[in-house]
Design a protein around this ligand. Structure first.
Ligand code: GDD
Ligand code: MG
Length: 338
């Protein structure tokens, strides 16, 4: 199968660690960045020449540099540069069109570049190919929910299809009350990973988002396409509308590092359960904090617990861990100010 890695988002929920020009997927989490981890996982199911990365001019440098760091001889023409970010639906169309032109009818896995995922999940994803091609379903991969998180899509499974189930309802980012109800009804979270057959994808696109379909179908100039298509995610644009969606549950560990609390959970902790990143921490009665600075700077905390302290050359964030999803609101305020 082919792979498409989406690496064009700005990850505003990890501000100021991830700025628009250096989004979270390129930050090293342990030995490799999330982007590198994604690429390595894709290389388990796709030949490296069949992995496509959809990104933008600013991030191209990181994409190519970080793939080279992994020691791969990667064809640069597989890096698809969007003229501007128009969310995930145009990005996926760009990748799917390129794959169809280069390889003809194909199955392609779509992967976010900001997830932590047990690589054994790739086997399940690859085995689900039969359901994408034979049954003609747009496949999504479901995660058992652990909270009524409003940052995810919710999937209601129906009839059994063997390794997966037909989806009777797909709802992107519901409010909390609705999310609770969906969980009671046995819904799964959308992992944000998909498996699409080129033919099924474009025929569903023609039904669900005809203006985007027309634009990609009848325009050879990608600048022209991006100038006219709306900004919309695949979840709102296709998955919520299509009648041909199926889900395959994933049993393996998955996490979208959407905020600092999730990042804290993921990183190694010291004996006080503090996560200390790129700095030296001198703690006094301080536990369960995430502390980040640069170049080994000394940071001391006294009686500070469950906090996020992120120090960068031009911005400092201090927030209780449990409020870290509000960082997005700060970024929005900053955008309004500028
Ligand atoms: N190339 C490109 N261009 N990539 C993009 C763009 C774009 O304009 N916008 C976002 N991406 C990339 C991001 O970098 C990320 O890797 C992936 O696409 C998903 O985008 P997010 O912005 O992180 O989406 P989300 O987390 O709000 O929601 C999606 O993922 C959830 C699970 O993490 C949805 O699919 C939800 O339904 C899902 O639950
Ligand atoms: Mg995300």
């Amino acid at each position: 199968m082919k792979s498409i890695i989406l690496a064009g988002g700005s990850g505003t929920r990890l501000w100021p660690l991830s700025r628009e020009h250096y989004p979270k997927q390129f930050l090293k989490i342990g030995e490799y960045s999330l982007f590198q981890q994604t690429f390595l996982r894709c290389s388990e199911v796709s030949d490296v020449s069949e992995i496509f990365v959809v990104t933008n001019e600013d991030q191209k440098f990181y994409v190519i540099g970080q793939i080279q760091e992994l020691g791969y001889d990667y064809p640069k023409e597989n890096v698809l540069i969007e003229p501007e970010g128009k969310n995930t639906l145009p990005a996926i169309c760009f990748g799917m069109k390129e794959i169809r032109e280069r390889f003809g009818e194909s199955n392609a896995g779509i992967f976010s570049s900001d997830h932590v995922l047990d690589s054994r999940a790739m086997q399940t994803i690859s085995e689900a190919k039969s359901l994408a091609s034979r049954g003609g379903y747009l496949l999504t991969f479901g995660i058992k929910p652990t909270s009524p998180n409003t940052g995810y899509g919710y999937i209601k499974p129906a009839e059994n299809l063997g390794i997966g189930q037909k989806v009777s309802e797909f709802r992107e980012k519901p409010d909390e009350e609705t999310a609770r109800r969906y969980i009671e009804e046995g819904c799964l979270w959308n992992s944000g990973m998909f498996l699409f057959n080129t033919e099924t994808f474009f025929s569903e696109l023609a039904q669900c988002a005809p203006e985007i379909y027309e634009s990609f179908e009848h325009n050879e100039d990608i600048n022209q396409v991006y100038a006219e298509v709306p900004s919309i995610s695949v979840d709102y644009g296709v998955m919520e509308k299509s009648q041909k969606v199926a889900v395959v549950p994933l049993q393996y560990k998955w996490s979208d590092l959407g905020n600092f609390a999730a990042l804290y959970d993921e990183l190694d902790k010291d004996s006080d359960d503090n996560v200390v990143y790129d700095c030296e921490l001198l703690p006094l009665d301080s536990q369960q904090n995430l502390v980040h600075s640069r170049n080994g700077k000394l940071i001391s905390l006294i009686d500070v617990n469950d906090m996020i302290v992120v120090d960068t050359p031009d911005a400092l964030l201090i927030s209780p861990k449990e409020s870290s999803q509000k960082v997005k609101q700060i970024v929005n305020q900053l955008k309004e100010k500028n």
